[in-house]
Design a protein around this ligand. Structure first.
Ligand SMILES: *Cc1c(COP(=O)(O)O)cnc(C)c1O
Length: 403
């Protein structure tokens, strides 16, 4: 047995193979034909390959498809949605700067500001996403980054995105980044929100997407993306991405590439089913409120209606603390059979998650609310009738436990 032959084998498969799925190229090391190639090869503009962390045909292909999905020009991949959020924070902020984050942002983004950013001398403030005038009063010389999120995490308020952007646009040095996970590039166009062109965008400067959710669609992979239309901003993010070593694995990229073609169909199915569930929940007497942007009574419904036709796959209900104890609500959640208790969303299986309202929000109807429980449902791809029957039987348990 010649070990060398197993490594340097004379057989070369013919070029020109084509299948339906893009190839999965795995590499830490990338081979250069000669030292001239070593000196001249460029990865920054995707004209060549230099090292696994800097991109492979598989990751370049996924980046280009995601840029198209989001209406951007350039995309970077990160190992999780949270890593993509952190990348934007780290690339855009330096000591002495301030970042503004909506009160209803994805909670780990707020935790990153309270933790790492504070340690690095970067201050933060949480703002009321439903009050553009109040936002105008918070922006100072030091404000460098403004986060947006629509709809808000867990509580699903839909902000006036063009209104918030108009405020931000009067401050030239302010970068606006949107966590676009809920909209998935389908509910609205983050780079065209009707504003005058700035750096090639009529909307936000940066769109971040947790591909873990809808693009993957399987509940089996973690990945995030950062998309821009501005060449300079992209390069700034790309160099930080390279220095931080935020590469993604080829098998994970493959899973997202496999999910993408069915994304519009799945998103529409989640949307239609979630509207049915939201209407059904609205007719029930148990809930103090049902939060879903397409419901007229849900906060920000008019802003949603101005921008979107789709409404995603999430719906939350609020149970009044004076009527139902946390233990009763947990008994309801435990009684659900098809809805599994778990974080995240965007996969085939319906999920449920209870949240205590105490301290959860500073602003809005839920701000400073001392008591009560919120239950978030992520609607999967099961038969809607089966989901409603499951909710109905579990609400029977809630009623049985009522004092
Ligand atoms: C899930 C999620 C993230 C983070 O994605 P991970 O891949 O789980 O790190 C970020 N933002 C929002 C709005 C999310 O729902």
């Amino acid at each position: 047995m010649d070990a060398t032959k197993l490594i340097h084998h004379p057989y070369q498969a013919p070029d020109g193979f084509q299948g339906v799925a893009p190839g999965v190229h795995k590499a830490s090391t990338v081979i250069f034909e000669n030292t001239a190639a070593l000196k001249t090869r460029q990865w920054k503009d995707k004209s060549g390959y230099t090292y696994g962390l800097h991109g492979t045909p598989t990751t370049f292909t996924l980046e280009e498809r995601l840029a198209t999905l989001e209406g951007g020009l350039q995309t970077l991949l990160a190992p999780s949605g949270l890593a993509a959020l952190a990348l934007v924070n780290m690339a855009c902020l330096r000591a002495g700067d301030e970042v503004l984050i909506p009160d209803n942002a994805y909670a780990p983004n707020k935790d990153f500001a309270r933790g790492e950013l504070a340690q690095w001398g970067i201050s933060h403030r949480f703002y009321d996403p439903m009050d553009a005038d109040a936002l105008a009063g918070l922006i100072t010389e030091r404000t460098r980054l403004l986060w947006l999120e629509a709809a808000g995490s867990v509580t699903l308020e839909f902000p006036d995105l063009p209104g918030l952007l108009r405020v931000a646009r009067s401050h030239l040095k302010l970068v606006v980044a949107l966590d676009n996970t809920w909209g998935a590039g389908l509910a609205f166009d983050a780079f065209d929100l009707g504003l005058p062109d700035k750096g090639g965008s009529r909307g936000v400067d940066i769109s971040v997407h947790a591909l873990t959710k809808y693009p993957s669609g399987g509940g089996d992979v973690l990945m995030g993306s950062v998309t821009t239309r501005d060449e300079q901003l992209h390069l700034q993010l790309k160099l930080a991405h390279m220095r931080l070593g935020l590469g993604v694995g080829a098998n994970d990229a493959e899973l997202v590439l496999r999910g993408l073609p069915s994304l519009p169909l799945r998103y529409a199915a989640h949307d239609a089913a979630t509207r049915q569930v939201a209407h059904w929940l609205s007719a029930r007497p148990e809930f103090a409120s049902v939060l879903h942007p397409a419901l007229p009574a849900s906060p920000g419904h008019a802003h949603w209606a101005q921008l979107c036709t789709a409404a995603g796959g999430l719906v939350s209900v609020v149970l009044d603390g004076a009527r139902y104890s946390e233990a009763q609500v947990h008994a309801f959640v435990d009684a659900l059979k098809l809805f599994k208790i778990g974080y995240s969303w965007g996969g085939p299986m319906s999920l449920v998650m209870p949240y205590g309202l105490r301290g959860m929000r500073q602003f809005g109807a839920l701000g400073g609310r001392p008591d009560g429980t919120l239950v978030r449902f992520a609607i999967g791809l099961e038969e809607v009738g089966d989901l409603l029957a499951d909710l109905d039987q579990a609400l029977g348990v809630l009623a049985a436990r009522a004092p």
